[in-house]
Design a protein around this ligand. Sequence first.
Ligand code: ATP
Ligand code: MG
Length: 440
Amino acid sequence: MIQITQVTDVVRKYTDEIGEEDVGKKIRLCGWVHEVRDHGGLVFVILRDREGFIQVTLPKKKVKPEVFKRAKKVHRESVVEVIGTVKAEPKAPGGYEVIPEEFKVLNEADAPLPLDVAEKVPAELDTRLDHRFLDLRKPRVQAIFRIRHCMLQSVRNFLCEEGFIEVNTPKIVSTATEGGTELFPISYFEKEAFLNQSPQLYKQVLMGAGLERVFEIGPIFRAEEHNTVRHLNEAISIDIEASFVDHEGVMRVLEKLVSRVYEDVCEKCEKYLNWLDVKLDVPEVPFERISYDEAIEIASKKGESIPWGEDISTTALKLIAEELPEHYFIVDWPTKSKPFYAMPYEDKPEVCKSFDLMCGYLELASGAQRIHFYDKLVERIRECGMSPESFGFYLEAFKYGMPPHSGWGLGADRLLMSILKLKNIREGVLFPRDRNRLIP
Ligand code: ATP
Ligand code: MG
């Protein structure tokens, strides 16, 4: 068994760290064999690590015979460790090459590969997801997840700066958030339980607990039957709830957050954006706000009429997106089209203080000012055909000093999809869960 080199005076470098100062010096590289080009007496091994590629050049006459032999017959995607001297080589990708004195095959990969990491043979998304660990080795795929990391870090930083406290609420629950459908039942000892579809009820209880501003980044589970490019059965939601703020207040937090994420990704992920060939423009705030009535009017002029009170169909949203291709809010939705906890306008109770954040036709977030009066909430739960008894722990929090509050839920996977203009939400999720996919 070949052992990894002990920590020595030879420093390990990532491929993107090699520069002018390394020329003539000995370095250590660790990674995968991306490609082997065998020209008989001259072999090139393209080594790939997390940060890029480097050419390892093996002229038969200049390297040890066993090193030459090993490199010549190594399989693609094997894990290797190379210790060698850096040379400037304008013809090599990146401008440098390494002449090895050591070439260790730490773990040989089987051949043939189930998926071509070098992307010379294209693969369908399904095949790629079946062999996701190999798919993720592709720099363009890895770039998506480096940007996702940056996006989530940016969200955390921003919300912390805005005074939000990060919380974690249970994902195994006994009550539905918004009614009985779309839930995954699970068996919980002798009881029936569900996977939570949203942290909504808990976030609100935390307003009753006096935390004032909370956020959670966590999974939501939706047993939706449909199979679309923007729905998953397990998604990551960025949720906030804030006390003493109305819907407009949390919309401002939301638009500032989105623009900040673009700024951070532009600033910190230039390299990965280049790998993906994506150019970003930081969206300007405030985002345009159109009312639900205006939205359905646009759709109706283009031939898709939505009966007042109904949710806006995908067809209609696509028509509206022709006029509004970037970020905008749809505000003031019919009360009956939104969940029971959305606050109706005092003077116009058929409309509520709610909003959706859109990017073109894609819904990124939904939010509202919430009802904070116990009696009103019970009434709305009944009107929506549900039983207040099943909301016991939630309703109790409204009896003993619940402040006015508002909040939203922003789909992290949707946000990434919109930033990188991914054609399918699954591209930005490591191991997506959908109607047909439970493995890996
Ligand atoms: P849609 O109408 O697009 O199905 P929704 O209105 O049912 O979404 P909400 O309950 O408002 O979704 O959830 C808040 C946010 O969480 C959504 O705006 C979206 O970004 C994200 N989200 C909700 N459901 C899913 C899902 N199945 N897959 C991915 N993201 C989701
Ligand atoms: Mg919604």
